[in-house]
Design a protein around this ligand. Sequence first.
Ligand code: ATP
Ligand code: MG
Length: 584
Amino acid sequence: MRLSQYFIPTLKETPKDAVLKSHQLLVRAGYIHQVGSGIYHFLPLGKLVLDKICAIIKNEMQKAGAIELSLGFVTPASLWQQTGRFEKYGKELLSFKDRKENDFVLSPTCEESITDLVKQFIKSYKNLPKNFYHINLKFRDEVRPRFGLMRGREFVMKDAYSFHDSDEDLQREFLNMQQVYCNILSHLGLDFRVVEADSGAIGGSGSKEFMVLADSGEDTIAICNSCSYAANLEAARRKKREGKINPPKAKLAKFPTPNVKKTEEVAEFFKVDSFYILKAVVKKVVFATQMHREPELAYFFIRGDDELEDTKALNALNAQKLGAIELIDASVEEIRSVGLYEGFIGPYALKNITGSDLIYFDLDLEEESNLICGGNEPDSHFVGVDLSEFEGLTYVDLACVREGDLCPECAGVISHKKGIEVGHIFKLGTRYSEALDAHFLDHNGKSKPFIMGCYGIGVSRLMPAILEQKADELGCVWGEAIAPFDVILLPSNLKDERQRNFSDHLYDELSAKGFNVLYDDRSERFGFKMKDFELVGVSYGVVIGNALEDGEVEIIRRNGMKKITTKSETKAIIEAIEFLGGDQ
Ligand code: ATP
Ligand code: MG
């Protein structure tokens, strides 16, 4: 490709709203252009990289036996109503009516569509298993679209859906896909972790996320320093915490604690470690509309030095099929309106006072004693609290795993790392097939719902994820598998006939050898061309300058900007590129 005839609209200025380097670079280097909030055009370079990522994904999916198709982007809302997700998915689901007043959604994911399709064509266990995938647009009306392609509203996803006649076969395919995802991310040259994850709005029994490690990542993952345990903080587990020395042993008694409200103040007042304080976190729960339930307060008890993990809290409610969709911090007025006093909330008579069943205790508190809690009246706390004396408490995992907590698998030490979620695989079970009445006949002739798995990769998110990990201060670094071009020819002075003829010739020869060559044939200064090479991140540059008179050119590898001089013969240039390529 001759650059003078191509389209790479690079910018000198960094866009104002772009905080992440990947967002800045993709815009400045002419890969993407924003059309609206969270909506981007892929410019020619962006399309090249996207296609290369897609090709790697397709190749691995195909090898693993998955079948490519392409489901419609616009989906009748009736399918989403049948699974209950039309309500449950919330505002991220963009829906609209056509001219005949029929409701539609723009697919944020396609479980409903594929299940409905399979239901119509697959009737027997003999035609199972099947794994269908497609790579196409998704739309999610994100509350805060940001970071460019990282969190768009319209984005490209590879999503696959598998159908099985047994849990064992689903497990086999889940592991198969886990391996495929690892292969894809390795091909892309990424440093990543496979982590235990929460299943979110998609639901199901088990799920794993694929996290590209990067300080700018929005997710926090808990990683064990001595075994392979890794989990998204939303789903991370830990070994039950050991008691501290000098527990505040006392008989149950109520103490006046005037104006002592915050955990630290209570710990200071009683001179105890906040580990022994029973902290109450009160949230207002918003329910899905089809639950026909007004928002109401829920009470979560954790240790004073722990924090509530909101996703776990929401899961605790939904384990009881309550259809909770959001948790909001309760205000002082809301707390007072149920007869409680902020800073003085405890489990004693809580159910009687509030009339609420939504009371949960963190697993770490199970049967624990020597605790201090609020007295459920102003300015008072109980000491000597023993939870084993209560009946019927609901213990669930609620606390956020902290750095220094112990691994649930091996008791090694947990630390936190930041990651970008680029993939997520789920065991769905029969969640969708039952709702959509999608059955097959098993080998005994009995009708059963399909057992399903689903597997997503954020294809467009991979572009910024790669840059967050690999780009340097000069610009984009992609890795050879996906850089938009393999080689860029950088003649320093095209008015020099020798340089021009040589460049024309080399362009033809390298292209004929199968290299994707970009030829910077613009009459710009050499320094300007170099800057564009660095910014765009073509894998190798060939500098054609004055040394050509001595029969030499310079080869630069973009990754690390390593340079070598070589003879100006095509064969020597290719060898130099291969040498630099093998030396990374
Ligand atoms: P997140 O937690 O980042 O919002 P998610 O868990 O909602 O993502 P999934 O439903 O698991 O996303 O979708 C599969 C993959 O699609 C994700 O792993 C991610 O790589 C990608 N993805 C999801 N939302 C977006 C988005 N708004 N923009 C770009 N990619 C996205
Ligand atoms: Mg996810």
